[in-house]
Design a binder for this molecule. Structure first.
Ligand code: UGA
Length: 434
């Protein structure tokens, strides 16, 4: 099938690269020439394990290319995926401006086309967007009759850092279609995947995506609240999580307590769903609480630091981990941002390190950075682990203590073996361990 993908963020690139890998003819479209040039040179504009290889392979076997000629490439394809960003505005509402400009471009592109065409929204959008914003916009700009257009919503469930694996091994594929053209086209495109395919309306697909992300975020905030209780009652939350996770109704996934959830999806999506519900006069108490608990967690890390160091002013504090999770250079809504900002405001001498996230973090906060964890922790009074990268999990704790000035070790992600840290002589503190 001839596929065009609008937007070369991680969703667009991973969608394009994996569909090309299935043998489709894919063109990835973006207005930013620099991104397209990078893509056409066989490099991913973002850090995502395995993506470079898949892009190179697609370019080599000519199943994949990038282009800035948006309308012409849409016209020449059978199906167009909208994979543009849907950021939050300052009140948490979804900002649909990129969705609107993508649908206008599709409408203009279809003006001179005579064959049927399918348009699928993959971006995360609040319920009714596909039917009430995207479809009317395309029909208006193209002058097309409704029966020639396939319209659908097909959410992605990709985790950054394992997006290729998730795209190639889906748990389920949600096919939200407004008509038979979209339903049949998506079923054909995804026929190589043997997982459950759930057929539903576009608005149901839109809510499945928000409800899934919000549920996972709520699960994290819930365990964080229980972990905070464990701290004061002298209980190890990891054992509690193990006990909970053995119940198949709960599952052992997403029970890791710590500094809270970050990234480009959970914080934005929970806010957008709550704001959309409020607009429709439904108040969401659960989503509000989920966000509130998440705001508290990084503050607990700062408090733990202050309790141990007394004043933090003038103290050298090494922050290990700036990315919102391991295996990504993405620092959006990273919990480290809050911790670094607060400690700097309190006058601490903060030195940070991250294997991939330092350039992106530098654009948010001008904090001192060290090229290695060893240099970051040299003569530090306190070390705080904010992202559970393997390089930190594998730190030689004895050497770390020798390098440091003090012995305070705060583990915001329960990345280390607490017994070992105690044995080596650290004043070790983590969320969820009394
Ligand atoms: C998330 C979802 O997991 C994907 O299914 C979804 O497709 C994606 O959002 C999206 O909407 O595009 P992602 O943001 O890449 O994926 O990362 P997760 O692995 O879900 O982690 C999100 C945050 O939660 C991270 O900051 C992580 O450290 C935190 N987390 C995760 C916890 O604090 N505890 C856990 O047990 C799990």
């Amino acid at each position: 099938m001839k596929v065009s993908v609008i937007g070369t963020g991680y969703v667009g690139l991973v969608t394009g690269a994996t569909l090309a890998d299935l043998g489709n003819q894919v063109v990835c479209l973006d207005i930013l020439e620099e991104k397209i040039n990078t893509l056409n040179s066989g490099k991913s504009p973002i850090y995502e394990p395995g993506l470079d290889e898949l892009l190179k392979q697609g370019l080599k076997n000519k199943n994949l290319r990038g282009s800035t000629e948006i309308e012409q490439n849409i016209r020449n394809s059978d199906i167009t995926f909208i994979c543009v960003g849907t950021p939050s505005d300052k009140n948490g509402n979804i900002d649909l401006s990129y969705i609107k400009s993508a649908s206008s471009a599709i409408g203009r592109a279809l003006r001179d086309k005579n064959e049927k065409h399918t348009v699928i929204v993959k971006s995360t959008v609040v319920p009714l967007t596909t039917e009430e914003v995207v479809m009317p916009n395309i029909l208006k700009k193209s002058g097309w009759k409704r029966e020639n257009l396939g319209i659908g919503m097909n959410p992605e469930f990709l985790r950054e850092g394992s997006a290729i694996h998730d795209a190639q091994n889906p748990d389920r594929i949600v096919i939200g279609s407004a008509d038979d053209i979209a339903r049949e086209t998506l079923n054909e495109l995804y026929s190589p995947y043997k997982c459950t395919k759930l057929e539903c309306s576009p608005r149901t697909a839109e809510l499945i995506k928000y409800a899934s992300n919000s549920f996972l975020a709520t699960k994290i905030s819930f365990v964080n609240e229980i972990a905070n209780m464990s701290n004061v009652w002298g209980i190890d939350f990891q054992e509690v999580a193990e006990g909970m996770g053995l119940d198949s109704r709960i599952s052992a996934e997403f029970l890791r307590a710590g500094a809270g959830f970050g990234g480009s999806c959970f914080p934005k999506d929970v806010k957008a769903l709550a704001a959309a519900a409020k607009k429709s006069k439904v108040e969401s108490l659960m989503l509000k609480a989920t966000l509130e608990v998440n705001d508290i967690q990084p503050k607990i890390i700062v408090k733990m630091t202050e309790e141990r160091l007394g004043v933090v002013k003038g103290k050298k504090i090494a922050i290990l981990g700036l990315a919102f999770k391991p295996d990504t250079d993405d620092v959006r809504e990273s919990r480290s941002e809050i911790v670094v900002r607060e400690l700097m405001e309190k006058g601490a001498n903060v030195i940070a390190h991250d294997p991939e996230g330092m350039p992106n973090f530098k654009e948010i906060i001008d904090v001192k950075m060290a090229p290695t964890p060893e240099l970051a922790t040299e003569k530090a009074d306190c070390v705080i682990i904010m992202t559970e990268w393997n390089v930190y999990k594998n730190l030689d704790l004895e050497l770390l203590l020798e390098r440091m000035n003090g012995n305070v070790l705060i583990d915001g992600r329960r990345a280390l073996d607490s017994n070992l840290a105690d044995k080596v002589g650290f004043d070790y503190k983590t969320i969820g361990l009394g």
